[in-house]
Design a protein around this ligand. Structure first.
Ligand code: SAM
Length: 275
């Protein structure tokens, strides 16, 4: 255990009333935070990027696990509380005040950090899409991220699940994504309206001969009209129906039935036909 005061006291002393605009829902349960910090594996000596440390609950757990943490926080009210953490863990915490959507995070690291965050819900999906769209292999080693349960379901969904769509394909075409743990809304202060879950994502090998842009064009068209047959929904993408046929995908199927590997095969065939 660290010698630091309880988080509730930190909040009170620094006047950190939760801001809805900044997506602030804080976690105080040390055991839950320690469990989240264990999801990426052994962090001793590892670099970790945390977006939105707030008063520092998850940050403490990451530091206690031995990580070297770079934390980007937009709310300047949280900085003095985080500086106390930095003093308690000398040389382990680098604080950056700013907007994670605007900061060039890869430039902050020489190696490949883990990313672990209880993300602000209003920018969480945008950050995830940016991290998943980065070049391959990605500049990060793993992602351990808190999302609203509904978004977590969309990330890990498989074909035929209601939540299956573009986000699932983007997450899974070159990563393994799983729900590491559900988190009840009552764990947060203040409690959000919805349940949450921690998602763990690790990179897989990049499929050969497929451009992300091609895959995105196909999934945008296919899921743009998800209830329509592919022969209708894929019409706007030149050559897509020939590519589907070339890899044995029946054009009377709907997007929601097409597995990630099938979208990848279709994109590869389309790129090969255009080369
Ligand atoms: N990590 C803390 C915890 O688990 O208790 C706080 C999590 S709270 C859901 C999200 C945090 O992200 C808040 O501290 C908020 O100020 C911060 N935040 C919101 N938008 C941000 C942005 N664009 N860049 C960096 N931090 C942001």
């Amino acid at each position: 255990m660290d010698p630091l005061p309880p988080l509730r006291e930190v909040i009170r002393r620094h006047g950190l009333s939760a801001s809805k605009a900044l997506g602030q829902n804080f976690l105080f349960d040390g055991q839950l935070l320690a469990r989240i910090a264990r999801v990426p594996g052994d962090l001793a000596g590892q670099e970790v990027l945390e977006v939105g440390p707030g008063p520092g609950g998850l940050t403490r757990a990451l530091l206690a696990a031995g990580a070297r943490v770079t934390a980007i926080e937009r709310d300047h009210r949280c900085i003095p509380a985080l500086e106390e953490l930095s003093a308690a863990y000398p040389g382990q915490l680098r604080l950056i005040e700013g907007d994670a959507l605007e900061i060039d995070a890869p430039a902050l690291f020489e190696g490949r950090p883990h990313i672990a965050s209880n993300l602000p819900y209003n920018v969480g999906t945008a950050l995830l899409i940016g991290w998943l769209s980065a070049g391959w292999e990605p500049w990060w080693q793993s992602l351990t991220l808190m999302f609203q349960k509904e978004v977590a379901d969309r990330i890990v969904a498989e074909a035929k699940d209601d939540a299956y769509g573009r986000l699932a394909v983007l997450a899974q075409w070159r990563s393994a994504a799983r729900i590491a743990m559900p988190v009840h809304r009552s764990a947060f202060t203040p409690p959000p309206k919805v349940m949450s879950a921690v998602v763990h994502i690790i990179p897989a090998a990049m499929p050969e001969g497929v451009k992300l842009a091609t895959l995105e064009r196909l999934t945008a068209a296919a899921f743009g009209q998800r209830r329509k047959m592919l022969r209708q929904s894929l019409k706007p993408v030149a050559g897509a129906l020939d590519a589907a046929e070339a890899v044995g995908i029946d054009p009377t199927r709907r997007a929601e039935t097409v597995r990630v590997a099938e979208f990848v095969a279709m994109a590869r065939a389309l790129d090969a036909a255009r080369a």
